[in-house]
Structure formats: C-alpha cells, structure tokens
Design a protein around this ligand. Structure first.
Ligand SMILES: Nc1ncnc2c1ncn2[C@@H]1O[C@H](COP(=O)(O)OP(=O)(O)OP(=O)(O)O)[C@@H](O)[C@H]1O
Ligand SMILES: [Mg+2]
Length: 160
C-alpha cells in the first residue's frame, strides 16, 4: 500500500494516527534515504502516542526513551553495524512493553522480529514523499486498514 504525502503536515498527520492506534509491543520500522522524513514521521507517531515535548533525532545516542501513554523507544541505527547492534539488546526492546520506532532498520535486518510495520519513505520532490507500507503480522495489517480508511476519508489521492 502506498500513500503520497504532499507536505510535512501530512506526514505528521499520518504519524499521529499511527501513534494513536499504537499499543504496547508495537514495532514501527522507518526506512528511507537521508532526509526522506523518517524522524518527521517518528515525531508524529510519538506525539500521537501522548509524548509531550520535543523529539530530537537519536542519530548519536541511538536510543531515546520517551514517556507517552506507555514508553516509546525512538531509535536510529544509521551509525551502527550488526555486531554493535547485538550489544544493544534490541530483542528485549522488541519483546518489551513499550513501542519501538526505529529509523534505518536496514542496518539491523538480521535482527528483525517476525511482526512489525515497515514504512519506506522516498523523496519524490521538494515536499513530496512516497510512503510504502508493509505489514507483517495480523496486528499491523489491522492498523494499516484503519490508517487507509482514515486517509481515504481525508484525501482521495490514494493508491492501493
Ligand atoms: N512530505 C514531507 N514529509 C516529511 N518531511 C518532509 C516533507 N516535505 C519536506 N520535508 C522535509 O524533509 C526533511 C525530513 O527530515 P527528517 O529528519 O525527518 O529525515 P530523516 O529521514 O529522519 O533523515 P535522517 O536519515 O538524516 O535521519 C525535513 O526537513 C522536512 O521538513
Ligand atoms: Mg532521522
């Protein structure tokens, strides 16, 4: 499923909705090139999940923990290799009671769990982004259906 986001607000709106739908144990993988909008989408997810205050990119500290309706773990794996990632204990976060929002999942592909929502962001123009969604597991298929119908209600520029 694909959605075209025309501007920053639309990406944040989509993130917000995902954050509202989110439940303990959910895992959101945000993939895409530098500047594609992963952190922007993550900010929306966290805000929708009740996180107050600024959400900065965890580029250097790798994992930022935020308190929302439950813990939100915002991660950025850009600077890590799989050996180092092993030491972070990601499995424990994936199996934990918070929500994981992880940028650059490609960097840790051998550690991916069975169920997650993968969102790929591609730059299509100055403020245009293509978001491709891939749901692994029933839980995330359900979230996607909700997201899609909410988006349809809001905007007709959608392609399945
Ligand atoms: N439709 C859009 N959706 C998201 N971001 C957009 C959009 N249009 C423009 N932008 C801009 O693109 C930039 C996206 O930056 P962001 O930090 O979210 O990217 P990123 O994918 O996290 O990059 P990095 O890999 O460096 O962490 C921001 O400056 C944002 O304002
Ligand atoms: Mg980022």
């Amino acid at each position: 499923m694909e959605i075209i986001s025309c501007n920053l607000d639309e990406t944040q709106w989509l993130g917000n909705l995902l954050g509202k739908y989110s439940e303990r144990g959910d895992i959101f993988f945000l993939a895409g090139d530098l500047g594609a909008g992963k952190t922007t989408l993550a900010q929306g997810i966290l805000a929708g999940g009740g996180v107050l205050g600024p959400v900065r990119s965890p580029t250097f500290n790798l994992i930022n923990e935020h308190e929302g309706k439950f813990p939100f773990y915002h991660m950025d794996m850009y600077r890590i290799d799989e050996e180092e990632a092993d030491l972070l204990g990601l499995e424990e976060y994936f199996a934990g009671d918070g929500v994981v929002v992880l940028e650059w999942p490609e960097r840790i592909s051998s550690l991916w769990p069975d169920e997650y929502l993968l969102i790929r962001l591609e730059i299509e123009g100055d403020s245009w982004r293509k978001l491709s969604f891939e749901a692994h597991g029933d839980r995330f298929k359900q979230i996607l259906e909700h997201l899609l119908s909410a988006w349809r209600d809001r905007d007709a520029s959608i392609r399945d």
